[in-house]
Design a protein around this ligand. Structure first.
Ligand code: UP5
Ligand code: MG
Length: 218
């Protein structure tokens, strides 16, 4: 295919992309499991993909990713977008090989990306325009408690008080403008993410229903 910068790699006619955004510890990963089970999403966490790349033998980005994540900074987008785009291509190839019907649209839930306005623009221009964004709105007090608790066992380099503080600052200053921009385009489902996992998920389902997004059996 010709490498026209402005032609997305995947067409929204065949592929649905939903962004899942929210502060660190807002419950993106937790709620993704529910959404995969009930709505047929393929879950792609940008953070998980970066952590896997960080430890992949032979990766030229391992050290760079490690230091960015520990500092709560945003990894240069070319790396993240390539990981996401390739993971989407792999999934679509697997689905085609397993005989998934052509008229069934693949649904991707992209967790923790885009974290910066230019990433949103670049992804939508070169990979695939998004359908909407699910935004988990949670107070820092609640998120901090969750992350410190998870830090007791997670082994994540950024689940410590200092990294958490940096992650919060980057989220407010750099990632919230992405949510604000999509909100202007009327493309955000905003959900209060405090309370139990079940309560939050019920709010998500209500928000989806209002927007006409139905559970899927595939
Ligand atoms: N928990 C969840 N929901 C709960 C509830 N309702 N009640 C009680 N407990 C609840 O949840 C966090 C913890 O809270 C868990 O222990 C859970 O059981 C509990 P989780 O679902 O993991 O929250 P999540 O929002 O996924 O938190 P996470 O820490 O993954 O968020 P981040 O956005 O910080 O992490 P991510 O992996 O996306 O990114 C990490 C870093 O990677 C970034 O800081 C950045 O350095 C880098 N990155 C990029 O550079 N670019 C990208 O595009 C993406 C990441
Ligand atoms: Mg997560």
């Amino acid at each position: 295919m010709a490498s026209d910068q402005k032609t997305p790699r995947f067409s929204p006619a065949e592929t649905t992309v939903v962004f899942l955004l929210g502060g660190p510890g807002s419950g993106k990963g937790t709620q993704s499991s529910n959404l995969v089970r009930d709505y047929g999403f393929v879950h792609l966490s940008a953070g998980d993909l970066l952590r896997a790349e960080q430890i992949r033998p032979g990766s030229q980005y391992g050290e760079l990713i490690k230091s960015y994540i520990r500092d709560g900074q945003i990894v240069p987008m070319e790396i993240t977008v390539a990981l996401l785009s390739n993971a989407m291509a792999d999934t679509l190839a697997e689905q085609a090989a397993s005989g998934k019907a052509k008229n069934e649209k693949a649904r991707f839930l992209i967790d923790g990306f885009p974290r910066k306005l230019d990433q949103a623009v670049f992804f939508e221009e070169t990979v695939c325009p998004s359908e909407f964004t699910l935004f988990l709105d949670c107070s820092e007090e609640v998120m901090e408690k969750r992350l410190l608790k998870r830090g007791e066992t997670s082994g994540r380099d950024d689940d410590n008080a200092e990294s958490i503080r940096k992650r919060f600052r980057v989220f407010v200053e750099t990632s919230m403008p992405v949510v604000d921009e999509f909100e202007k385009q009327d493309k955000v489902i905003k959900v209060q993410a405090t309370g139990t996992v079940e309560e939050v998920y019920e709010r998500i389902q209500d928000g989806f229903e209002k927007r006409g997004v139905r559970p899927s059996s595939f």
